[in-house]
Design a protein around this ligand. Structure first.
Ligand code: BES
Ligand code: ZN
Length: 648
């Protein structure tokens, strides 16, 4: 590329022909010109261009960076958030640690790089050469920057592009308040590179400071120490003193307010939802205490929750000190607070001890889901915990049935190199992973389990860990002594449902099994048989209903239990998927369409759109999808485009 650029400088379209022509000229002029050209090609390569990698490595399969050569250790971000242009512009200054070599490699995605400077004394900056590697699907482009052995920091001047998959810019109409626009980012798994040039692998951690300019009427928040009130000038400063991986750097800005819940907890949200959220989450301090008694001290500066508009693509995202959640958790009856327990649990598994690559994702999500169960048991009782486990197992079993029991994606350790890392977000990582931890607990006893967990989170605090390292540590510190015969390899490296899956039972679910097995056209359950059920029970009940129920039975179920107008999005989503499957949806299409336009959580959308397609209503699904799509985040689009056959 550099060579071509140099030839282009001389305006020579066919370099080979030109060189041959010079060489065949007997005069010294030809040779002289040739030497001059060769010299400048050489200097182009060394001075103005540094080669940028086109591929990732096995250690960091979803990043171009080479942290074992030059590592980025601290970020100073200085950016302006421009809502008119839907663009972030500014500088990312990276302190570096040089192990070997003469270039720093960062990841970028759709970024416009204006210039790059470096500093040897930590003060004066001089321009440095850089180059961008080729665009790779799902990965963006590498950015290689020349450094000298004495370089202390590297500063990248950049702008985000139009695609920018991490950011979702919401119009005022897409917010509750309808007055101001709102912005939020979603970094996991590998999208932070689309708004900050960075070493975007969970295997690299860094501390950060940020200076952010937003419009004056807005509050800006990050996964860091946060302001509680708006500043008149819209200028905010943030610090994150603990090292975090790039996927945990997050930002949000809009018309947001703060409500304190407890000594370490608070909630942010639009004014119209903050009060309700405060009530919904007011037991979070007891969750933190429960988690500490299992996993050791909470090592972050506070635990706040940001309730986002419904386009948020997930239930929750564990951004340190500021968990992002969907507003659909604010139900009014605390029925979805296990989601908060889950995101809180990531403060240990994921944020404190991080999976080294997305191939080890089960370490983040499986251990977190196990801790979520433990927190729920401690605060809400074992009954609820068992129901949560069983609903998760239903999902996992469905996944194994759909993928096939030989599919290697149903092993805990997966190989995602060359694939979009978001594929790893499977029930296998969550449910099989958590059941593995439950099996370990049942094999060694709770006391030893908890002592192990505390030691583990302490020994690996602020570090990253691979599956192999975790298993070795688990064996040395727990299993070799107390459960040497456990079939760890089968769980971790073999696909399918392991032979010794822990058995979880729920009397409440057993009763529902009995009821659903008897449902047919003439006997749908009455309100007296099913009253006062929890959300977990309703979800289980709907998922266990026969798939081909007739309209009359569906109608009577809906009349008795109001599924179509439930407050709980999880219940609604399960119900809608079923109604589409058996044709009852014809009667409630406006409500289904409304839901698909109002809720952006992929987990709810996917079964509904899938149900449409399975029943042969692909065109109808596509029509709804096209109008709702602008309101979905890129990660939701990525997942749903193929489901409905959408092409850009
Ligand atoms: N970290 C995940 C969300 C995630 C995973 C985002 C992979 C991008 C890639 C988060 O902690 C999570 O698991 N969310 C769940 C919550 C649920 C399990 C309670 C969700 O959103 O469904
Ligand atoms: Zn999680």
């Amino acid at each position: 590329m550099a060579t071509n650029t140099c030839f282009a400088l001389y305006n020579i379209s066919d370099p080979l022909k030109f060189i041959t022509m010079l060489l065949t000229k007997p005069s010294g002029v030809g040779l002289g010109v040739l030497i001059l050209i060769l010299f400048s090609i050489f200097s182009c390569n060394t001075l103005s261009s540094v080669s940028a990698p086109s591929d990732t490595t096995d250690a960091h399969p979803h990043s171009f960076s080479r942290p074992d050569e030059v590592k980025a250790t601290h970020l100073d971000l200085d950016i302006k958030v421009d809502f008119d242009k839907k663009q972030i512009e500014g500088t990312a200054k990276w302190d570096i640690q040089i192990i070997k070599g003469d270039k720093l490699i960062l990841d970028t995605w759709d970024l416009e790089i204006e210039k790059v400077t470096i500093s040897e004394d930590g003060n004066a900056e001089t321009s440095s050469s850089f180059s961008l590697g080729p665009e790779k699907e799902d990965l963006g482009r590498s950015l290689a920057i020349s450094i000298t052995p004495a370089t202390k920091w590297v500063k990248v001047y950049y702008k985000t592009g139009q695609a920018c998959p991490a950011l979702l810019w919401l119009e005022p109409s897409q917010t509750l308040g309808k007055q101001l626009p709102l912005l939020f980012s979603q970094g996991q798994p590998n999208l932070t590179r689309s708004w900050i040039p960075c070493q975007d692998t969970p295997g690299v951690k860094f501390t950060y400071n940020a200076k952010v300019q937003v419009p004056a009427a807005m509050l800006c928040l990050m996964s860091a120490n946060n302001p509680r009130e708006k500043r008149a000038d819209g200028q905010y400063n943030f610090t994150m003193e603990n090292p975090v991986p790039a996927y945990l750097v997050a930002i949000a800005a809009g018309d947001l307010v703060y409500e304190q819940i407890g000594p370490r907890a608070g909630v942010y949200g639009e004014p119209a939802i903050a009060e309700q959220a405060y009530v919904e989450f007011n037991r979070v301090e007891s969750f933190i205490e429960a988690a500490e008694s299992i996993a050791g001290p909470y090592r972050w500066n506070g635990f706040d929750i940001l309730v986002l508009p419904p386009s948020f693509p997930f239930g929750g995202m564990e951004n340190p000190q500021l968990t992002f959640v969907t507003p659909t958790v604010v139900v009014g009856d605390r029925s979805m607070v296990s989601l908060i327990a889950h995101e809180l649990a990531h403060s240990w598994s994921g944020n404190l001890v991080t999976n080294a690559s997305w191939n080890d994702f089960w370490l983040n999500e499986g251990i977190t889901t196990y801790l979520e169960w433990r927190i729920m048991e401690a605060t809400e009782g074992k009954d609820l915990r068992d129901m949560i486990i069983l609903n998760g197992l239903e999902d996992f079993k469905k996944e194994v049935a759909a993928l096939g029991e030989d599919n290697m994606d149903t092993a805990l350790k997966v190989d995602l190199k060359g694939r979009n890392p978001v594929v790893g977000m499977s029930s296998t990582a969550y449910e099989k992973g958590a059941n593995f931890m439950l099996l370990v607990e049942q094999s060694v006893g709770r006391e030893k389990m908890d002592a192990f967990l505390k030691k583990y989170f302490n020994d690996f605090a602020f570090k990253t860990i691979t599956t192999e390292e975790f298993i070795a540590y688990l064996k040395t510190n727990l299993l070799n002594k107390y459960a040497p015969g456990l079939n760890v390899d089968e769980w971790v490296y073999q696909p399918g449902i392991p032979s010794n899956l822990p058995e979880t039972k729920s009397e409440k679910f057993a009763r529902l099994d009995e009821i659903t097995s008897k449902i047919n056209a003439w006997s749908s359950p009455t309100r007296t048989i099913l009253s006062g059920l929890t959300a977990q029970e309703w979800v289980y009940f709907i998922n266990k209903l026969p798939k081909e129920l007739d309209n009359r039975t569906m109608k009577s179920l809906d009349l008795n239990f109001n599924f179509t107008s439930s407050n709980n999005a999880e219940i609604k989503a399960a119900w809608f998927a079923l109604t589409i499957y058996n044709g009852y949806s014809e009667n409630i299409m406006p409500q289904i369409k409304d839901f698909l336009h109002k809720v952006g959580r992929t987990k709810f959308l996917e079964p509904i759109y899938t149900s449409f397609v399975k029943r042969g209503f692909k065109e109808q699904a596509l029509e709804i999808y096209i109008s709702a799509r602008p309101f979905y985040h890129s990660l939701a689009r990525e997942k749903l485009d193929p489901v409905v056959g959408f092409t850009k």
